[in-house]
Ligand binder design. Sequence first.
Ligand SMILES: Cc1cc2nc3c(=O)[nH]c(=O)nc-3n(C[C@H](O)[C@H](O)[C@H](O)COP(=O)(O)O)c2cc1C
Length: 86
Amino acid sequence: MTKRLRKDWPGVFVLNPFTYPEPTGQDSLGLVEDGTADLIAFGALFLANPDLPHRLAEGGPFNTPDKATFYGGDHRGYTDYPTLEG
Ligand SMILES: Cc1cc2nc3c(=O)[nH]c(=O)nc-3n(C[C@H](O)[C@H](O)[C@H](O)COP(=O)(O)O)c2cc1C
């Protein structure tokens, strides 16, 4: 289906690949390099890494998303993951 959408989509093709049970990660950037997509959308990894573009450029390391804080609660798990600069 991804290949068909890629072929038929007239504009910029943004892909959030199915990587369950792991969140979309650095490896998915290969899908841009091989032409499968124009851009990769990161969900949980971006939530856990507010400086994700910088970390991707550096090759990591990455904070691990804490599923216990998804979909509710308070600010914890949304605004308190550390950046590489601290
Ligand atoms: C905390 C959290 C909230 C999300 N909220 C929404 C939402 O409101 N609407 C939606 O379509 N997807 C939502 N998603 C799903 C993401 O958009 C994405 O499809 C999913 O996290 C898989 O991508 P990933 O492997 O990059 O995390 C949410 C995901 C997380 C972790």
